[in-house]
Design a protein around this ligand. Structure first.
Ligand code: CU
Length: 126
């Protein structure tokens, strides 16, 4: 049986702000974290989150191709916004609140990108 996983998209704000680069190996818990999208990786590619604690992600495309960030297993209203593509140089802020614990994988859905290693996971604790 497929487990239903909830994801609430609280806000989606386009921004041109310059985002400070994080050198930590993973993002979270709560607050704001930056994820850089480029060929062919997410940096960092691990998100730590807690159920019910909003986590804001600044997604920045520093590559020369289009990229996106898509939680494949989450079928909730609002997910279309999470899936939206970032053009090279574009930054977007999204706020996620997970309502179920577990490991939720995400990928870039552009053709060939996930297969080339553009994948990651959110580790959500109760
Ligand atoms: Cu990509």
């Amino acid at each position: 049986m497929k487990r239903v996983i909830g994801l609430a998209l609280v806000g989606l704000i386009a921004t041109v702000a310059v985002v400070a680069e994080s050198r930590s190996s993973h993002a979270g818990v709560g607050g704001t974290s930056t994820i850089v999208l480029e060929e062919m990786r997410f940096t960092p590619n691990r998100i730590d989150a807690k159920v019910g604690v909003p986590l804001t992600l600044q997604l920045t495309n520093k590559g020369t191709e289009r990229h996106d960030l898509n939680f494949e297993a989450l079928h909730m209203s609002g997910l279309g916004a999470v899936e939206s593509i970032l053009e090279p140089g574009q930054t977007r802020s999204i706020t996620l609140t997970f309502d179920q614990p577990g490991t939720h994988t995400f990928i870039c859905t552009l053709p060939g990108h996930a297969a080339a290693g553009m994948t990651g996971a959110a580790y959500v604790t109760p």
